[in-house]
Design a binder for this molecule. Structure first.
Ligand code: NAP
Length: 385
């Protein structure tokens, strides 16, 4: 049978490989096309994502896409909306079926961008989003603190469904534990939403360990989302073992160490006002030179694996457990394409032992979060009276 030498799809893939699609018009995106079949060839340099992983009973692509910064980057710039839609759709064309948003991103605006982005193939992808911050529903204004009161959760989900242009949320997380609301009451609200078909799975982010146990007992949890990367290995102590015990999937946020593990940050990097990294002491000028030992290690391993540092950092996460699914965040097409190439990077057991030992030998200086943000992590929900 004759083959067409240069279909629109082939041409798009060529442009993407050349990293030049940022300037190309938004044309020819797939409508409800199935993602590439498992077993198709791939390499870190020019990869389509073929692997699938399970978060509890929920199947997702082995690498997801974090869309948090699609309304405002860490550098505080506002990315081009058509280009963000282009990245979301090209990610799907390349096998990504797992998108991570939150009500708080924007607030609200990122869910709108994601809803528009996935609209042509919504039924083929998993949309994850999060409630829990105290956000005024009509205006999107941030109010102080948290709000996981059951009636508020239900109201928030109605808004999410509209913004995401969908009739159900595949994975709904509590973004932070509300110290005023028993987790059994939160689970009850989510259960009601599940009964109505508006939510399919649920999860928690940065919760206390006992709260996770209670939440799972009340309503089986599919995923925990905590910060985890070579730069921040806190979850290895207790959270990941508990996920293993309970059969819960794990989604690392900031899997690239908020960009640090890509090699994009050096000892001279200074962050803009409004970029959270400016107030994270691990990125303070006094600590960067010490902490860059990790990037040096990663760069050596990247050369060894014929991959980039970002791909190596993501592959290391995926190598820890088969139910870990990173959601690297990006607003740049070449970065998205590079990041999904991580799924093709594999470590032998001996390599992983060696790499883990080397990572453990590097003492990171400085805290991962400012105190005012850290205080919302590891919180236990009050008992149900
Ligand atoms: N549950 C929570 O509390 C929580 C907290 C934070 C984040 N999250 C979720 O996790 C997702 C990812 O986390 P994150 O965005 O904070 O951190 P990240 O994925 O570790 O890093 C993102 C940063 O790295 C840059 N980057 C990405 N790929 C790159 C590459 N290949 N080369 C060079 N630079 C690259 C991005 O800039 P460019 O845009 O320029 O590529 C961005 O500045 C978010 O989108 C969000 O969905 C959840």
């Amino acid at each position: 049978m004759a083959t067409k030498p240069d279909t629109q799809g082939n041409r798009r893939r060529f442009l993407l490989a050349a990293g030049s699609l940022a300037a190309a018009p938004l044309v020819g995106h797939t409508q409800e096309k199935a993602p590439p079949k498992a077993g198709a060839s791939s390499s870190p340099a020019s990869a389509n994502l073929t692997g699938r992983r399970k978060l509890g009973a929920l199947e997702v692509s082995s690498v997801g896409l974090g869309v948090q910064n699609m309304s405002r980057t860490y550098q505080t710039t506002v990315p081009s909306r058509p280009e963000m839609l282009n990245i979301i759709r090209t990610a799907y064309d390349r096998g990504v079926t797992f998108y991570d948003a939150a009500e708080a991103y924007g607030p609200h605006e990122v869910e709108r961008i994601l809803g528009e982005g996935v609209a042509p193939f919504r039924n083929k992808v998993v949309i994850a989003t999060k409630f829990g911050w105290n956000i005024e529903q009509e205006t999107g204004k941030r109010l102080p603190g948290l709000n996981s009161r059951p009636e508020h959760i239900k109201l928030v989900v109605e808004g999410m469904l509209k913004r995401l242009r969908t009739d159900r949320i595949d994975l709904l997380y509590q973004h932070r534990v509300d110290p005023q609301v028993p987790i059994e009451d939160v689970a009850g609200a989510v259960k009601d939403l599940m009964t109505q078909g508006k939510v399919l799975h649920w999860g928690l982010s940065e919760m206390g360990l006992n709260t996770l146990r209670r939440a799972h007992a009340a309503l089986p949890v599919s995923a925990v989302q905590n910060e985890y990367s070579m730069l921040w290995r806190g979850p290895e102590k207790s959270v990941i073992p508990l996920c293993q015990e309970l059969g819960i999937g794990f989604v690392p946020w900031s899997p690239l160490g908020v960009g640090f593990l890509t090699g994009a940050i050096d000892a001279n990097t200074r962050f803009a006002d409004g970029d959270i990294r400016k107030i994270e002491s691990r990125f303070a000028p006094a600590n960067l030179p010490n902490n860059l030992a990790l990037v040096e290690l990663l760069t050596t391993w990247a050369a060894r694996k014929q991959a980039t540092p970002a791909q190596t950092a993501l592959a290391w996460l995926m190598a820890q457990k088969p139910w870990i699914v990173p959601i690297p965040g990006t607003t740049q097409m070449p970065h998205m394409i590079e990041n999904i190439g991580a799924a093709s990077v594999r470590f032998s057991a001996a390599e992983l032992t060696e790499l883990n030992r080397s990572v453990s030998a590097i003492q990171i200086r400085g805290a991962r979060l400012p105190d005012a943000v850290q205080v919302f992590s590891d919180v236990e929900a009050p008992p149900k009276s």
